[in-house]
Design a protein around this ligand. Structure first.
Ligand code: GCB
Length: 696
């Protein structure tokens, strides 16, 4: 077995049964899809899927179920260490769409058995990226159904000699996906936005060329998250035979593809499968409670004696602070540097590194560097706190959305967006309306930007058993991925459900309870939009988040009504539930460069004046002591499906899609810095000024 270079010293031992495939008795972790899929022929796997996923609506293949084995994975991001190597598979892959009216052709012809280039024509496709906007091809932009990706890669012989476990990890693939290595299906996954993993060691040709193939289907149905519907048009006087369209229950473009980085990484046969961190504070001391879940494959450990865990805590500069033994433990640090949000402290986003080691009597087997931000969260009927200080959230709803790449991870864009958030003086955002890329979440941790972490359940309706099971499974996967992130201060189980439907009460109670069971340390919300007297979800939530578009979707043009309507609305939500309340969306569309005085809908002036009226209402609500934040819709303009009532995009951005500030961006900057000055006594930077001096 490969011995890592960094020593952890003698380690306290893990009982042998915990080292076997399912470490500890967790609902997740341990050996996953690859091991189980191994030995099956790929043809069998497809048959299983076709049987279980009720594939056809007319001629269209649709996935409505899942093999789900891979959902047991996902806790730890691929990181290098003294015992682990990471190899990126990003770059240009080969790509082909399945024909719209013969969606199963690729499975029938077994495209996964050979390079795609040998079964037909291919184009180059960037990974990570959405595939929709990277060419001039309308068929690619508007595709519904299966798309196929493949590429070759080498794995060094040395990995085999060193008896390394090799894991393939895709950050996400939207929506359903099946992954093949050298022609054999190794795992499948339902749902975009969350990782897919498979241990692939036994299917690899070490020192030789290997083939990875991904089949991916973007079709949304009433039982997917998010939901959608396929509508068939049967009137032969209007539509050609077999004509169908995808209807969506949300307004953002349903970008599809391999949106996030694809990695291969190695671990030893006895490895760190997951780490759970919870932190607390005691006066000026910081407390880190940790739990390490080790696992082993059938060919490990090499030695069964004395396998155990140890940790070393390093500060931000990498200097050693303290060490501890044991797979479960507590570390107390006197005069700890806490994790604080941006503008709430002079050193926001402070994180330690917990170097976790699993060792045996001969030395370290596996190492994983786990970031730790020490902070506490609290909530009661009026307040949300961090490190015992009340919070006021200044933020926005966002989208993963940009030119060309769609929802593809893009490092320059990540840096730009966080730079703009800090320029605004914002301290938070909501991952509307799905889990964001881990690379974005890393930046939030590091910069001290607080996150309301939202699941992909947007606009839900028809609250049946099947949907609930899926929703709970997604929340568990989501918590597993983001549980150790200090930036995540609240879970949002969804956005704007039809929570007046009678089944909503029981449904949300079950989903919220399951989320709390997975993570009792954070508050849970759901963003509401229906009338407060018909809503049936609010009673299950810790914090009430409400979207309201006064003078835009209602009383359009009547800015003078905003103040009263907003103040009354939120007072009533609080009285009804006796919980903290906040506005999670408000705003107006504006076309950058479109001006009219007096203000008119779609002008920059109208958007800005609507904001000013809202600010007055928020200040009144703030003084009541239970209004805990404001998030505008939206950070930047983003692309919608084609509609006649919007020019290709939702134009409610503070910034254009190219991230240039509108008048609203400058105004928000003034607002958020003034709030930060008022609440945290920060100095407003030079150059922050209201663009509205003309109207205020
Ligand atoms: C909403 C939705 C958001 C939309 C927004 C709008 O309530 O939550 O996804 O984009 O309204 O602009 O209509």
């Amino acid at each position: 077995m490969k011995k890592a270079e960094e020593g952890g010293g003698a380690a306290t031992s893990i009982p042998q049964q915990q080292l076997q495939a399912t470490p500890r008795s967790r609902p997740h972790g341990g050996e996953g899809g690859a091991a189980r899929a191994r030995g099956r022929s790929s043809g069998h796997l497809v048959n299983v899927m076709m049987g279980g996923w009720s594939l056809l609506l007319g001629s269209l293949a649709i996935l409505t179920g899942t093999l789900a084995e891979d959902s047991k994975w996902g806790g730890l991001y691929p990181r290098e260490s003294g015992s682990r190597e990471v190899k990126s598979l990003d770059g240009l892959w080969n790509f082909r769409l399945a024909p719209l009216h013969d969606p199963l052709k690729g499975f029938r012809e077994e495209w996964f058995l050979r390079p795609l280039s040998k079964t037909g024509s291919v184009i180059s496709m960037a990974v990570p990226s959405s595939y929709n906007d990277v060419t001039q091809d309308k068929a690619l932009r508007d595709h519904i159904g299966w798309a196929w990706y493949d590429r070759t890669f080498y794995v060094p012989l040395r990995w085999q000699v060193d008896k390394q476990r090799v894991v393939l990890r895709l950050g996400s693939a939207h929506y359903n996906s099946i992954i093949y290595i050298n022609g054999v299906a190794v795992t499948s996954h339902e749902g975009g936005h969350l990782p897919i993993m498979a241990e692939i060691s036994s299917g690899l040709r070490f020192g030789k060329e290997n083939l990875v193939t991904v089949a991916i289907n973007n079709t949304l149905t009433p039982s997917t998250l998010p939901q959608g519907k396929i509508i068939y048009h049967n009137d032969p006087t209007k539509y050609p035979p077999g004509y169908f369209e995808q209807k969506l229950d949300f307004d953002f473009f349903n970008y599809a593809g391999l949106h996030r980085p694809v990695y291969l990484y190695t671990t030893p046969q006895t490895y760190i499968d997951d780490i759970v961190i919870n932190t607390d504070i005691d006066g000026s001391a910081g407390i880190i409670n940790y739990e390490i879940f080790a696992a082993t494959t059938e060919i490990g450990p090499q030695s069964e004696d004395g396998v155990g865990c140890s940790v070393k805590l390093l500060d931000k500069e990498g200097d050693h602070i303290t060490s501890a033994m044991g797979c479960v433990g507590t570390i107390k640090i006197s005069n700890a540097s806490l994790w604080w949000p941006y503008l709430m402290h002079s050193n926001p986003g402070y994180m330690y590194t917990l170097m976790v080691a699993v060792s045996d009597a001969f030395g370290v087997l596996d190492l994983y560097p786990q970031k730790v931000g020490i902070r506490t969260l609290g909530w009661n009927s009026t307040t949300l706190t961090i490190n015992n200080q009340p919070l006021y959230l200044r933020g926005c709803g966002r989208h993963e959305d940009a030119d060309i790449r769609g929802k593809g991870v893009d490092y320059p864009l990540i840096v730009k967006d966080f730079s703009l958030l800090k320029w605004l003086g914002a301290n938070s955002f909501r991952t509307s309306h799905y889990p964001y890329a881990e690379e974005i979440m890393d930046m939030a941790d590091q910069e001290g930007i607080m996150i309301v972490d939202e699941s992909p359940a947007i606009g839900l309706n028809g609250f049946g058993e099947e949907l609930m099971k899926r929703h709970i499974a997604v929340m568990q996967e989501f918590v597993r991925r983001d549980k150790n992130r200090p930036s995540v201060i609240m879970w949002s189980v969804g956005n704007e459900p039809r929570s007046y439907e009678p089944a909503a009460k029981e449904y949300f109670s079950a989903v919220v309870n399951a989320t709390k069971e997975a993570d009792p340390t954070r508050s849970v919300t759901c963003v509401l939009a229906v009338d407060k007297h018909t809503d049936l979800a609010g009673s299950s939530l810790d914090v009430i988040l409400v979207n309201r578009y006064y003078s835009w979707y209602s009383d359009t043009g009547h800015l003078e009504l905003i103040y009263n309507q907003t103040v009354n609305e939120f007072i009533e939500w609080h009285l009804l539930h006796n919980k903290p309340v906040m506005i999670s969306e408000y705003g107006a569309g504006s076309i950058a460069g479109f001006h009219m005085d007096p203000a008119f809908t779609w002008t920059e002036e109208y958007q800005a004046e609507l904001m000013v009226e809202n600010f007055k209402a928020f200040d009144t609500l703030r003084s009541k002591g239970y209004f805990i934040g404001e998030m505008i819709w939206n950070f930047a303009d983003f692309v919608t499906p084609m509609e006649y009532n919007r020019p290709g995009a939702c134009m409610k951005g503070l910034f254009t899609r190219a991230r240039q500030p509108k008048m609203a961006g400058h105004l928000m900057r003034m607002r958020y810095w003034s709030l930060a000055q008022d609440i945290h006594n920060v100095t407003i930077p030079k150059g922050v000024r209201s663009p509205l001096h003309i109207i205020t």
